[in-house]
Design a protein around this ligand. Structure first.
Ligand SMILES: NC(=O)c1ccc[n+]([C@@H]2O[C@H](COP(=O)([O-])OP(=O)(O)OC[C@H]3O[C@@H](n4cnc5c(N)ncnc54)[C@H](O)[C@@H]3O)[C@@H](O)[C@H]2O)c1
Ligand SMILES: CC(C)[C@H](C(=O)O)[C@@H](O)C(=O)O
Length: 636
């Protein structure tokens, strides 16, 4: 970090006294750039989804949280947005505002106002409403660490910095076909003057007030917002401060803004796009954010890998945005990715929809669409959590079970299914539980081969005392077992397995079972580990990307309380690295970060035991990031 440019005297144009002293005093006003839906925009440019993602990470997600931040830290955070003539979009925004708050409505028409003009409008309104020491403008893909921002303001004040950002001197493009084409290129050289990166920059309140007071038409506008602001800052003769903490690509102890900076060339040898999807419930979104942070974890860089996340909607979020629980575009993005990291779908809001339109159908169609037939659900009791289970320590200590669940067949997908009326005129619902020999064979091979890497014991769970489908299942598993003489194979009825898993879980090593039995048994097994919030999963196919998701759902009963356990999400990201991306070292580092957070005594409410430090979901996320940072430092 260095002072790019310092002035000894205030300029004539800029006078620090020009500030509205009547408005309430605050430390910072943070304006997050947002907008109205654009027809045909791809999901990653869906502003509503981005706001949702921010609210589930650093942006306060309720009016009371916004007020708290204002009162306790003097930081006012708002999404900045103008108006639109589209009544539906206005109504949707008003509803969002009623639910969450956090908007600063600018007196401009979105879509017809250039970005630099929008920024001027923001500065004018912010300086009218508040006497701020600093005004921050950021884009909606930045992870802002407000605590570090507050700390940094002290340093900026000492330095009398009026213009803070990651300073750069980008190329001036004279070719109209280039994205950053500069119409006024004849006035400029080959590179621009020094200006701050537009994604996140800071102006002192006084310079912002001054800027706001300049009559329209006096200042020159360039094509790009950051260049325009930079030109004005040069004209005002203020102190520039190049603060690299505002543009970091991974979270470190001191970072203020974390985001991916566009690159022209990459030193990395491999790019891994992966897809994340989340439902509207804020809890898994927060957990997902932890997963996303994990994706930005520099361990990947050490392995020569850049994680590139594309967000695509599924489930309720997709229903609300497109009417479909799995839009074709989402499926295509998933197919084109190396792995899919998924949060949870579902919620009360969509429970009354017909089966084909429910969020769950989106998830099932994604699994079927990617052919991820082998679902691995490990239930491992970490030594720290032996007392967190509702079962006795001696029962659960040392449990390490791998449930291999067949995921794209069985009763979930069997035909016929539906509702009808029987001869008595009564309504009936029906499904078909069906497995073909090849379907059982392929999952059997996965399970036997996994058992070979574990303790060599495989238990096949079915209901062959009653169901024909299970009789076939048992027959095929036994036949495939002949190819694996080193594996000790046993068979168990599912009702007995449900009991044994609670009575004597250590008797199990690897379990192979069908779709519905695996669903139920894995939820039961989660309680051995202390919480459903501890169970990750990996769903793989023979080719193509796998899906990595926590076993738990969207936990609507605790939505919005910031108490969910994000560890299953982070452990799912670890499974993604191990099974989906062949990055075992990164997987180990993520797992060690989870262990370190538990070692340090942090527990979300679901795992809390006396003597431990109870934290919320967000705080656990922050702890994990710190642990990862330390983990990385110790490895490096
Ligand atoms: N893979 C998935 O996306 C998935 C899995 C299961 C359920 N669902 C959906 O989620 C919705 C709710 O279903 P549900 O309530 O039966 O299951 P759920 O897994 O969402 O919740 C079950 C219980 O566990 C708790 N819980 C879940 N995750 C937790 C976490 N991370 N930390 C702390 N507690 C946690 C919940 O509060 C709830 O009491 C439904 O719409 C369902 O279809 C989705
Ligand atoms: C949400 C639902 C479709 C899903 C399933 O039954 O497979 C869930 O319970 C799970 O375990 O992932």
């Amino acid at each position: 970090m260095r002072n790019e440019r310092a002035t000894e005297k205030p300029s004539k144009l800029f006078d620090h006294k020009e500030i509205n002293n009547e408005a309430p005093k605050v430390l910072c006003v943070v304006g997050v750039q947002t907008g109205f839906p654009k027809a045909g925009a791809s999901p990653q440019y869906n502003y509503a989804l981005r706001r949702k993602a921010l609210r589930s990470s650093w942006f306060p997600s309720s009016r009371s949280a916004l007020d708290d931040l204002h009162k306790k830290q003097g930081v006012v955070v708002r999404f900045i947005i103008g108006h639109t003539s589209n009544g539906l979009d206005e109504a949707a925004l008003a509803a969002e505002d009623r639910e969450f708050g956090g908007f600063l409505r600018l007196p401009i028409e979105e879509g017809y106002t250039s970005l630099p003009s929008k920024t001027v409008s923001f500065l004018k309104l912010a300086t009218k409403l508040f006497t701020a020491e600093y005004i921050v403008k950021i884009d909606d893909d930045v992870y802002l660490r407000v605590g570090n921002l507050v700390l940094a303001t002290q340093q900026w004040k000492r330095l009398h910095a009026d213009y803070v950002g990651c300073m750069k001197n980008g190329d001036v493009y004279s070719d109209p076909n280039m994205r950053w084409f500069e119409r006024q290129w004849p006035l400029l050289g080959k590179t621009y003057f020094t200006h701050a990166w537009g994604t996140l920059y800071v102006l002192s309140g006084s310079v912002a007030a001054h800027l706001s007071s300049v009559p329209d038409g006096l200042l020159r506008f360039f094509g790009n917002e950051d260049v325009t602001i930079g030109a004005w800052m040069l004209a005002f003769n203020v102190t520039h401060f190049d603060d690299r903490r505002l543009c970091q690509t991974s979270c470190t102890a001191s970072s203020i803004g974390v985001y991916d900076m566009p690159q022209t060339g990459s030193p990395q040898s491999k790019i891994i796009p992966s897809v994340t999807a989340a439902d509207l419930s804020p809890i898994p979104d927060r957990a997902l954010s932890a997963g996303l942070l994990v994706g930005k974890w520099p361990a990947g860089e050490r392995e020569g890998v850049t994680f590139e996340f594309t967000e695509a909607p599924i489930g309720g979020a997709a229903i609300d945005a497109t009417g479909s629980p799995l839009p074709e575009e989402t499926l295509q993005i998933c197919r084109d990715s190396d792995a899919v990291l998924l949060a949870a779908i579902g919620g009360y809001k969509w429970d009354q929809l017909p089966p084909e339109q429910r969020p769950e159908r989106g998830l099932l169609n994604l699994r079927a669409g990617l052919g991820t037939f082998a679902n691995l659900r490990p239930a491992v009791v970490l030594p720290h959590l032996a007392d967190a289970s509702t079962l006795k320590r001696e029962v659960v200590e040392g449990v390490d079970i791998m449930i291999v669940r067949e995921l794209v067949g069985g009763i979930y997908f069997g035909q016929p299914r539906g509702f009808t009326t029987n001869q008595e005129g009564e309504r009936v619902g029906f499904n078909t539980m069906i497995y073909s020999e090849p379907e059982v064979e392929r999952i059997a091979h996965v399970a036997f081969q996994l058992a070979q890497k574990r303790k060599g014991r495989l238990c096949s769970v079915e209901k062959s005392n009653v169901l024909e489908v299970s009789m076939l299942w048992k027959e095929v598993i036994t036949r495939v077992g002949e190819q694996y003489p080193d594996i000790e194979l046993s068979h168990m009825y599912v009702d007995n397995a449900a009991m044994q898993i609670i009575r004597n879980p250590k008797s199990f090593d690897t379990i192979v079972t069908g779709n519905i039995f695996g669903d139920i048994l894995s939820d039961a097994a989660s309680m051995l580990t202390g919480s459903l919030g501890m169970l990750p999963s990996a769903s793989t196919s023979n080719d193509g990307p796998g899906i990595f998701e926590p076993v738990h759902g969207s936990a609507p009963d605790i939505a919005g309380q910031d108490i969910a356990n994000p560890l299953a999400m982070v452990l799912s990201a670890a499974m993604m690295c191990r099974y989906g991306l062949s990055l075992p070292k990164v997987a180990e580092q993520l797992e060690r970060a989870v262990t370190a957070a538990l070692d340090a005594g942090y527990r979300t409410g679901d795992l809390h035991t006396p003597g431990m430090q109870k934290v919320g979901c967000s705080e656990m996320g922050d702890v994990l990031v710190d642990c990862m940072t330390r983990e990385f430092a110790s490895v490096g």
